[in-house]
Design a protein around this ligand. Structure first.
Ligand code: GLU
Length: 508
């Protein structure tokens, strides 16, 4: 690597919510920049006015912020290479479009969509290139006067790159190695449209990478086919010597079967494909997000980091700093990475376990607050400690612990028929008398008192405990029963026992 300062960019198009694959691309660029003490730039590629979606840019920034990814330069961060939104750089692209025209590396084409459609119908596999361009309506077939008159009359036109056929184009990719392509397969791509005065992705992307002094272009695999065209454009613009290095990341594949991961896979199998919930501004439809599904951002980050890259050994739980330290493009895989969402759930579970009870409580307190439940932080910390090993998502905190805060308003039927016996009311009544004698309601004291009562009467521990749990929780789940009684307290425990006796009676 040369001693130029490393500069990488994440260059999303604001055409909708950022797909999870895009998050991974952003992440790998981030790791690479941080590892090399380089700059990380956000560039918004909004040249396709047809596909522009309001709110998408904000969504992208918010999502990455949630994951702890920030930029050194960008539309919101500023920087001396701006503006960082392509729609604000029209004059820059116009200058290079003109340069390409002057150098005969590009030409003006007037073909209407209908004319192009007719050609496609007439010629199978029609491609606008050296073999066909002289049969089309463009500045190569019209006289300079005709061309000028048409332009001045406001006739819409495009500027197309002039690809020389039969050339061998070499693309050196840091992940895929050398790719060789014959230029004849590349068509004369549109670089600029007069209708909106905007360049296409191909031109804008290259001009900006050059002007923003990008050293490494790390992008998703879907852009690999355009790499040879990009190499040609760098050559035409005279920037070959400063061309950034390319690295095309592997695709994210469906969890099962073949093909690219899609939103439909997520809908079918029940996992989000977007970092945050997204509400489509047009249809009003809502798509689920990892944040709302109860993922911790650090778990999602770790999970995504290992989809297409590995540290070279079998370590899996890696912190952000470790990932930055270990990351290399050489260790990225060429092959697609199966999107094993179950593994994502596993990561989240691991990260929840490794959080302190206090940290879990801090995630949980706002949820309780929203439900109008008042509980001391101290108590919530204790509850967090008791339930965290049972959950995979922070969204499960409530369903796993609701009984600590509110008495059951119903009793699970199956549990009742299995666990509430004819003598249960009488036994629970006796249990109330035992509990009334316990002053210190700590788990251990209560347990000792209840156990010695059971033992001295020769009762079955299971029968007593099952009915007791049913009265407290409403079903047969939850942590150790005396941890529950300690937290909900004597008064409430007795109240719940009385209620169970009253509601369930000896209905068996
Ligand atoms: N705007 C392209 C996208 O939406 C960027 C591709 C690239 O990184 O060059 O993915």
């Amino acid at each position: 690597m040369s001693n130029k300062k490393i500069r990488v960019r994440f260059a999303p198009s604001p055409t909708g919510p950022l797909h999870i694959g895009g998050v991974r691309t952003a992440l790998y660029n981030y790791f690479f920049a941080k590892k090399h003490g380089g700059d990380y730039i956000l560039r918004i590629e909004d040249t396709d006015s047809q596909r522009f979606v309001p709110g998408a840019e904000e969504y992208i920034i918010q999502s990455l912020n949630w994951m702890g990814i920030t930029f050194d330069e960008g539309p919101h961060a500023g920087g001396k290479y701006g503006p960082y939104r392509q729609s604000e750089r029209k004059t820059v692209y116009k200058r290079y479009t003109d340069q390409l025209l002057t150098d005969h590396r590009a030409y003006i084409a007037f073909d209407t969509p209908e004319e192009l459609e007719a050609k496609r119908a007439e010629i199978p596999n029609f491609q606008y290139d050296a073999s066909t361009r002289l049969t089309m309506r463009n500045s190569l077939t019209l006289s300079p006067e005709e061309t000028r008159t048409l332009m001045e009359s406001g006739q819409p036109y495009t500027v197309r790159i002039r690809i020389e056929p039969g050339q061998t184009v070499h693309v050196q990719d840091l992940i895929r190695g050398e790719i060789t392509v014959n230029s004849s397969i590349i068509d004369d791509k549109v670089l600029y449209k007069s209708s909106d005065g905007l360049p296409t992705y191909h031109l804008a992307n290259i001009v900006d990478d050059h002007l923003m002094e990008i050293t490494h272009v790390i992008r998703g695999e879907e852009w690999l086919p355009s790499a040879p065209l990009h190499v040609i454009l760098y050559q035409y613009l005279g920037w070959e010597d400063t061309r950034p290095a390319f690295a095309h990341l592997p695709l994210l594949l469906k969890p099962e079967g073949n093909g690219k991961l899609s939103k439909r896979d997520g809908d079918r199998l029940g996992f989000p494909v977007f970092p945050l919930q997204w509400k489509d501004p047009k249809t009003g439809e809502t798509a689920s997000g990892y944040r709302e599904a109860g993922y911790l951002p650090e778990a999602l980050l770790n999970f995504l980091a290992l989809l297409g890259w590995n540290p070279g050994d079998d370590r899996e739980i890696l912190s952000r700093d470790e990932l930055i330290d270990l990351f290399t493009l050489e260790k990225c895989s060429k092959n697609g990475a199966k999107f094993d969402y179950k593994k994502g759930e596993w990561f989240n579970h691991q990260y929840i376990q490794s959080k302190s009870d206090e940290a879990i409580a801090d995630l949980f307190l706002p949820v309780l607050n929203e439900k109008g439940i008042r509980a001391s932080r101290n108590q919530v910390v204790k509850i967090a400690g008791l339930i965290k090993e049972r959950i995979h998502f922070t969204t499960e905190l409530w369903e796993q612990s609701a009984f600590f805060f509110t008495a059951p308003d119903a009793y699970d039927e199956k549990t009742v028929s299995k666990r509430w016996k004819e003598d249960s009311p009488e036994k629970m009544q006796a249990l109330i008398s035992v509990l009334e004698t316990v002053d210190d309601f700590s788990a251990s004291t209560t347990e000792t008192a209840v156990m010695s009562w059971i033992e001295s009467n020769g009762y079955s521990v299971g029968a007593i405990m099952n009915a007791f749990r049913l009265a407290l929780v409403g079903e047969s789940k939850g942590p150790h029963i005396f941890n529950i009684t300690e937290i909900i307290g004597k008064e409430e425990v007795i109240k719940r026992l009385k209620k169970a006796i009253e509601v369930l009676g000896n209905n068996s």
